[in-house]
Design a protein around this ligand. Sequence first.
Ligand SMILES: [Zn+2]
Ligand SMILES: [Zn+2]
Length: 271
Amino acid sequence: MEVEFYSLASGSKGNCTYIATENTKILIDVGLSCRETEKKLKEIEVNIEEIDGIFITHEHIDHIKGVGVLSRKYKIPIYSLEETREEILKKKNQGKIEERLLRCIYVDEKNVINDICIEAFEVPHDAVKTVGYEIKVNDIKICIATDLGHITKDVKNRLTGCDILLIESNYDEYMLQTGKYPRALKERIKSNLGHLSNREAGRLIVDIVDAKLKYLFLGHISDENNRPSKAEATIFEILDSEGIKYNIKKSFRIDVASSMKEKIVIKKAYE
Ligand SMILES: [Zn+2]
Ligand SMILES: [Zn+2]
């Protein structure tokens, strides 16, 4: 059994993640245009016509930009919370989406698509409602949590025991503070319903890291208030101070989601 994982894009310019087994292919968010999504999937040799469903985290444009066109063109169902669906339908630039392709899902409820089981969990963020996703294929577990203002106990429990984790590391506290964003926007980003800083991500990782974790991807890294190298350095420093090993054989690997060049594959033998 194999599970493939690939981040097509991660950040304020667009978010889109591909997860697949031999029988099932899904996307989490389509924050790129349809054309960019097609191009990225082609690069990793995925036939877009085989995508079984798109799961949406929330209605911010960097997560839904191309979803209407993609769904219409390839007849791909869009799965989201009811509240998110209403918001998507309100957006004129999404065009008309066929009613039958809009599927409702609920927080903390399992959705089974062939051999993939996917469950949404609520995260604190300033959209009408925002979810992260837990994806399970037998005992392989992948979690995606970007766009969250703070870590709740519930979120921490969800993110424990992953094989692959994509977690937000949005901003460097000093860069945001001294950067050129207007004060209101800085406050929004820092708030409990905004985004996670590098330091907050680092502390979370210390709490949840375990022997099962193989790949940790830092995502939604801000272009304006962060740098991939800064995010990594801050997190490495926090992990070092706790004596946690990374990038070492038999330990887990840390990478920046937006710089993924190829799919990663998690393999498990049937017992
Ligand atoms: Zn976002
Ligand atoms: Zn957002």
